[in-house]
Design a binder for this molecule. Structure first.
Ligand code: UGA
Length: 434
């Protein structure tokens, strides 16, 4: 099939590349000329495991092309994916100006039947707005379909190629059949394509992300309470998670959820509710609790150093909002860095992928090192913010040798309490005995 993808951000690029992988002819459109040129030269603009291999293979096979011309893109595709940003507005709502701006252009350009597929995360009612914006100028038939994506950064290729489900909001049989045909290779294993109305599909995405953010936040509160009463959240988690109604996943407490999705989507659903006179009290609490959870280690650090961090140096392991990504959007590490800097401390940081992004944001306010052990040299303590695999089994002797104080503040509960006890390291984690 002939596919066009408008917007080559994270979602657009993964969608375009993976659809090319099943033999479709894909054109990706982006207004950023430099980015398009780089992609034409075979450079993948984001870090995402396995994407590079598929990207290269499909460019070589001429199934994946790039252009800055919206007209070229729209002329090519029978199905047009909108994978445009919906950034957070000042009031927490999703900014639809990119989506609606392009929709307006689409109406002026298309001259034969197209299915416009909204992949961006958008508030309930957006498909209707996109339809109206296109209809204003369109001289041919078209359908608008809502098809939210559920990709996780770091696993996006796998999630796209082997989805647990595909949600399609469509009220046109013609469009539904085309979309079903497109996704057929991806649901071979029997996972469903769930067809529903557009509004329900739009809400499904927000409900799923907000539910997961709530699940994490609930566990973070349980962890905080464990500390008060001397319980161990690891045990509580295992005791709860074995109930199949609860499930084992997304029960890991830590220093809060981050990234480009959960924080934005929870706020957007909360704001949509307000606009529709519905007060999502639970989401208001989730937003508030997550904000304080991001800095839950700070009082422990301040206490350990008797209230004064001036002149202290902290080594940080992990800057990305989670492992397997260089993404630092809403990363808890940044809240911790800001708080420590404001208290007069210095920071030395290491992350396998995200250091360049943090360096761009902080300039020379913090220093970096290419090795996880180098940052420890003469640091007063180690703080762990991201659970990269290489941090899971470190050389504890080196840690003890290099740190001035043998103390670790672990925001991701990486180490077994008995192992750490044997190492005679002072250890603070989340929801477990210190
Ligand atoms: C999330 C969803 O998982 C995807 O299904 C969705 O498509 C995506 O948002 C999106 O809307 O685009 P992502 O933001 O890549 O994916 O990351 P997750 O793996 O879901 O992690 C989100 C945050 O939750 C991270 O900060 C992570 O550290 C935190 N988390 C996750 C916990 O604190 N505890 C857990 O048990 C699990």
């Amino acid at each position: 099939m002939k596919i066009s993808v408008i917007g080559t951000g994270y979602v657009g690029l993964v969608t375009g590349t993976c659809l090319a992988e099943t033999g479709n002819e894909v054109i990706c459109v982006d207004i950023d000329e430099q980015k398009v040129q780089k992609m034409r030269d075979g450079e993948v603009p984001i870090y995402e495991p396995h994407l590079d291999v598929l990207f290269e293979r499909n460019i070589k096979a001429n199934r994946l092309r790039f252009t800055t011309s919206l007209k070229e893109g729209l002329d090519h595709g029978d199905i047009i994916f909108l994978a445009l940003p919906t950034p957070e507005d000042e009031d927490g709502s999703a900014d639809l100006s990119y989506v609606l701006g392009v929709s307006d252009e689409i109406g002026k350009i298309i001259s034969e039947y197209k299915v416009i597929v909204d992949k961006s995360t958008v508030p309930v009612g957006t498909a209707e707005k996109v339809h109206s914006a296109i209809a204003l100028n369109a001289k041919c038939d078209f359908d608008v379909v809502s098809n939210p994506e559920f990709l996780r950064e770091g696993f996006a290729v796998d999630d796209f190629l082997k989805p647990e489900r595909i949600v399609v909001g469509s009220s046109s049989d013609r469009a539904t059949e085309l979309i079903k045909k497109l996704y057929k290779p991806f649901v071979r294993s029997g996972n469903p394509i769930i067809i529903m109305d557009e509004k329900s599909a739009e809400l499904t995405k927000y409900a799923a992300n907000s539910f997961l953010a709530t699940k994490i936040t609930f566990m973070n509160e349980i962890a905080n309470y464990c500390e008060k009463v001397g319980a161990d959240v690891d045990m509580v988690r295992r005791g709860m998670g074995t109930d199949s109604r609860i499930g084992k996943r997304f029960l890991f407490p830590g220093i809060g959820y981050g990234g480009s999705c959960f924080p934005k989507d929870v706020k957007a659903l909360h704001k949509s509710g307000k606009d529709d006179n519905y007060d999502f009290k639970i989401l208001e609490s989730v937003i508030e609790v997550n904000q304080s959870q991001k800095v839950v280690l700070i009082p422990k650090i301040v206490d350990y150093f008797s209230g004064d961090l001036k002149g202290k140096t902290f080594a940080i392991w992990g800057l990305a909002f989670k492992p397997e990504t260089d993404d630092i959007r809403e990363a808890p590490a940044l809240n911790i860095i800001d708080s420590l800097l404001s208290k007069g401390a210095s920071i030395k940081a290491f992350d396998p992928e995200a250091m360049d992004n943090v360096a761009r944001k902080y300039g020379d306010k913090i220093t970096f090192s290419k090795s996880m052990y180098e940052v420890l040299d003469k640091a007063d303590a180690l703080i762990i913010c991201t659970e990269w695999s290489i941090f899971r089994t470190p050389d504890f002797d080196r840690i003890k040798n290099d740190l001035t104080n043998d103390v670790i503040f672990d925001g991701r509960n990486l180490y077994d309490l008995t192992d750490i006890e044997k190492e005679e390291i002072t250890y603070f984690s989340i929801g477990r005995k210190d």
